[in-house]
Design a protein around this ligand. Structure first.
Ligand code: SF4
Length: 318
């Protein structure tokens, strides 16, 4: 069952030359992206900084306005303020930096309870009971409830962020680089906690990361993005074991992997990432791709190969 469908999503940010003038240009942060997330799965979105992956998350939650396309959640098109209010009760986000996302002046019990207070869910006693239950679920003890964020370690703070998201009993959790700011040893603990919670609470995840190693660990399917567009999408296992798109190959070869078989398609990036204000015409990866041909001046159409979708002129269907 499709829990979330994103159809031809476009998110453009205007650039103005003068304070009150008309926008001179637009950064096309997300440019015609379509995907769906099935109930119970972990859908990974991978790309370098500026690929548009976090912009997609913020647009799903209504924080950024879309310039085009459709967001469908549980079969309902999300368009009005009321629709987004409905969606935000069911979709929660955990951000990269718990330090910045937890209010330093508030005790943990108020931070975790905030969502229940805003939506006036249950009585005060019941809310406090739910806060205690959820703090145990994320592997913390009740003692942390009376502490302030600065009294906790990085890993504990990220557990609090996860508890704050879970207290509203969401159906979809967007995890935006949830382990990037943590020490390597703590990263593994948080990933294991997320996988354990998914199994116990039947959660669905969108897992956003620049780190293919982390995504490999947790995702069922993965979408690789570059400059606001999809490069390749399919099962995480297929894509990570045998990447087909030149960008995915280059991305993978830049990550040291323990399995020597995985390095057989050694590729490296050429050149710099183009300015998002002036992206290449046609395939966005054209300026860095060693296979670029004349036809790459045209935007590649999606090519379906088994369960995989590839946007590259090197491939043909059938
Ligand atoms: Fe390279 Fe052309 Fe494929 Fe783009 S479409 S990745 S430029 S071969």
């Amino acid at each position: 069952m499709k829990l979330l469908e994103i159809k031809d999503l476009k998110v453009y940010f205007p650039i103005k030359d003068k304070l009150f003038g008309k926008p001179e240009k637009f950064i096309k942060a997300v440019n015609g992206v379509s995907f769906h997330v099935k109930k119970g799965e972990t859908f990974g979105i991978v790309g370098e900084s500026g690929s548009g992956k976090s912009t997609i998350a913020m647009t799903i939650l209504g924080i950024h306005k879309k310039a085009g396309g459709e967001i469908v959640f549980k079969g309902k098109t999300i368009e009005s303020k009321e629709d987004f209010k409905f969606l935000r009760k069911k979709v929660q986000i955990v951000l990269q930096d718990p330090e910045a996302s937890l209010d330093p002046r508030k005790k943990i019990k108020y931070i975790v309870r905030e969502g229940l207070d805003i939506y006036k869910i249950a009585t005060k006693d019941e809310r406090n009971k739910r806060v205690k239950e959820v703090i145990l679920k994320v592997g913390l003890t009740e003692e942390v409830l009376n502490k302030y964020p600065h009294e906790l370690s990085g890993g504990q703070k990220q557990r609090v962020s996860i508890a704050r998201a879970l207290v509203l009993e969401p159906e979809l959790l967007i995890l935006d680089e949830p382990t990037s700011s943590l020490d390597v040893s703590v990263q593994a603990q948080i990933l294991n906690l997320l996988m354990d919670l998914q199994e116990r609470l039947a959660l669905t995840y969108i897992f956003i990361s620049h780190d293919l190693k982390v995504v490999e660990h947790i995702a069922d399917r993965v979408m690789i993005m570059y400059l606001g567009k999809i490069m390749e999408m399919g099962s995480a296992q297929d894509i990570l074991l045998e990447p087909l798109h030149p960008y995915t190959k280059a991305l993978l070869s830049s990550v040291p992997l323990p399995d020597p078989k995985r390095r057989k398609d050694e590729e490296v990036f050429e050149g710099e990432v183009p300015s998002p204000l002036d992206p290449p015409r046609g395939c966005p990866f054209k300026t860095r791709c060693k296979y670029a041909m004349n036809i790459c001046d045209e935007p590649p159409k999606p090519v379906r190969m088994n369960d995989r979708l590839i946007f590259c002129h090197l491939y043909k269907e059938g």
